[in-house]
Write a new protein. Structure first.
Length: 364
């Protein structure tokens, strides 16, 4: 696969869309060309450099798990680190990895590692990506005279296919199942294949949350509550197995909030969740995503979603100034798709409301 990261085109597109709406205050444009966090559907991925490192600035492959060791890494070259008024103070964050030998040299990694093409801020970066897979052989149990061999998909790829619900069962009864039940089936199978897959636990929890809501709206609150508690346990397991995945902490924060609201009738000593647990969960997720952002990784959607949920949680405690501070970084980064970006527009409305409330009610 040939990929060209053209920073010049990315910056031009961002500048054009950022200035075409008179209802929004223009903000400094810092745009790069990259790819968001993802996993490859293969066993091994190979990134081959096709042009000289002097032809571009930034770029490289950012691995989510680099955040486990971020205190030992140097500060990444992110042009917005010290320029934007709403940026967090610079911290020691991981630098995306690049082949050190120049053209023709490569970076090889497990496709299971969640990674991103870090933003190229200037110039053009060309790479060729090679995806390496394998097919095993299993002897048939048929009589020797008709013996054949059957291809076996490696477990890592089986798990990825199941998580993406790409393997549909050829069963007419399966097709009529609600999407969340199909999600539960697929991700339980994925965990059967790879029991330590944090992403599969997260996706399973997502489906359980939808199942809980269905029972809740069906007036079966007891069943809904028990499934919600199970979803929280799956999110907790996802955070344990994938401690650098900000999505899991965001989703766990949402699940904790629902669980707290459903159990307000219980004495404080018996409540399964308290506000401090929710606060710490959102804060951890926000720290992860901010480190990824400053490393040049495109985590825009995850960052917007978490800050909106965290800001709403804080605003519901009438802490208007802190809620506004949580929302401000994403509100000031006006996205190119702001007209259709529901999350950003909700964050903007909530931010405006918090700012209006501050002079009247103040905040701690």
């Amino acid at each position: 696969l040939y990929i060209r990261y053209n920073a010049t085109e990315a910056a031009a597109a961002a500048s054009q869309t950022n200035g075409d709406d008179l209802t929004c205050t223009p903000t400094p444009v810092t745009a790069g060309a990259g790819q968001p966090l993802h996993r490859d559907l293969s066993l091994v991925s190979v990134n081959v450099m096709l042009n000289d490192p002097g032809e571009f600035q930034g770029g490289g492959t950012f691995f989510e798990n680099q955040l486990r060791f971020c205190q030992h890494d140097v500060t990444a070259d992110h042009p917005s680190t010290n320029t934007k008024p709403h940026s967090s103070p610079p911290t020691r964050i991981p630098s995306p990895l690049k082949p050190s030998g120049g053209v023709g040299h490569c970076l090889l990694h497990s496709s299971l590692e969640r990674h991103a093409g870090a933003n190229t801020w200037q110039g053009v970066r060309d790479v060729m990506v090679i995806f390496v897979s394998a097919i095993g052989q299993q002897a048939s149990t048929a009589p020797v005279s008709t013996s054949t061999s059957h291809a076996i998909t490696p477990t890592a790829i089986q798990s990825s296919l199941l998580k993406q619900c790409m393997n549909e069962w050829q069963d007419e009864n399966y097709a009529i199942l609600p999407p969340f039940l199909r999600g539960i089936c697929h991700n339980r199978l994925a965990l059967t294949v790879t029991p330590t897959d944090g992403e599969a636990f997260q996706y399973l929890a997502n489906s359980l949350m939808a199942c809980s809501e269905a029972y809740y709206h069906g007036n079966n609150e007891d069943k809904s509550l028990s499934i919600l508690q199970l979803a929280c346990l799956c999110y907790q397991r996802a955070c344990d197995l994938s401690p650098c995945d900000g999505r899991s902490f965001n989703n766990l924060g949402l699940a904790y909030t629902k669980l707290r609201d459903r159990t307000l009738h219980l004495p404080a000593a018996m409540a399964p969740v308290n506000s401090s647990m929710i606060e710490n969960t959102y804060q951890r997720g926000m720290d992860i995503l901010e480190q990824s952002h400053r490393a040049g990784c495109d985590v825009t959607q995850d960052r917007q979603a978490l800050r909106l949920n965290y800001g709403l949680f804080v605003a519901n405690q009438d802490d208007w100034s802190r809620a506004a501070a949580i929302l401000q970084p994403i509100v000031m980064d006006t996205p190119s798709n702001r007209h259709d970006n529901v999350v950003w527009n909700n964050a903007k409305r909530l931010y405006d409301m918090c700012v209006r409330e501050i002079p009247f009610k103040g905040s701690n």
